[in-house]
Write a new protein. Sequence first.
Length: 265
Amino acid sequence: MLICPALKTIFRSGLPYCDNISRYESEPYSNENLMAVVALKDVHKSYRAGDTELRVLEGIDLVIEPGEFVAIAGPSGSGKSTICNLLALLDNPNRGSVYFNDQNVEELGDRELSLLRNHHIGIVFQGFNLVQVLTAHENVMLPMEIGNTPVDKASSEAYRLLKEVGLEGFEHQRPQQLSGGQQQRVALARALATNPRLVVADEPTANLDTKTAMQIIDLMRNLNRDHGVSFVFATHDERLLQRVSRIIRLLDGLIVEDTMQEAAS
Ligand SMILES: Nc1ncnc2c1ncn2[C@@H]1O[C@H](COP(=O)(O)OP(=O)(O)O)[C@@H](O)[C@H]1O
Ligand SMILES: [Mg+2]
C-alpha cells in the first residue's frame, strides 16, 4: 500500500500514530514533492431517495494545488456541499477516486483516514458550528486538545490564532456573545489550529450580511497567503467571486467552468 509521507513519518517513529500528535508535530513532513493537496478523479455521486436515484455529480475531475484559493460556485442544489464533503474526506464517491497528498484515500484504514482529517483538513460551516458552552479560546483549543497537544501550547496557539483573525479581547466570550462575523472568525481560527494543508468552507458567508461576508472572504484570503494553506469554499454569491484566484462552476453534475483569474484586492 502506498503511504503518504506524513504517515510514513509516524510509522517510522514506531509510535501508535493516532495517540501522539506532539511527536507528530515535532516531525513536520516535507510536502515539497507533493503535487496536489486533494484531487477528485472521475467522481460520481448520487443519492437514493426511495426508488429514485438522484445523480448529483456525474464525472468530476478536480485538482487542488498547494496554496490555492478556490471558490466552488453554482446554484442551490448543484452539488457544492457534496463536493466539499468529498474534498474534506467526510463522504465517499459512488464511483471514481479521491486522492489526498497523492494518496488514494480508498486505500486508507479508518485510523489513517481520521489522522488525515484531524491533522490536514480544517472545516468551516455555514452555521459556524461552535460549541456553545465553550469560550472562543476553548473552541480554538479543542482540535489541538483532541490531538493531544500539550495544554500550554494549545492555549498560547489559540490566543495567537484569535489575535490573527482580529478577535483580541474577545477570547473569553461564548459564541452567543459574539456576532455572526466574529463567530465565523473563531471557526476560521479553529480550522487552522492543527496547521492543516487544506481548509474546506461550505458557504461560510451565507449567514452574514454583505459587508461582513466580504471581510470574512478577505480574512480567508490573508490566512491562505500567510499560512500557505489551500482554501476551497462553496458559495452561490456571485459578488464574492471577484476575490478568488480560481472559480470552479458546477451545473447539472459537471464542472462547466474552471477559471484562473487575478483576484481583486
Ligand atoms: N444526503 C442526501 N440524501 C439525499 N439527497 C441529498 C443528500 N445530500 C444532498 N442531496 C441532494 O443532492 C443535491 C445536491 O445537494 P448539495 O450538494 O447540497 O447542493 P448545493 O450545496 O450546491 O446546494 C440536492 O438536490 C440535494 O437535495
Ligand atoms: Mg450546500
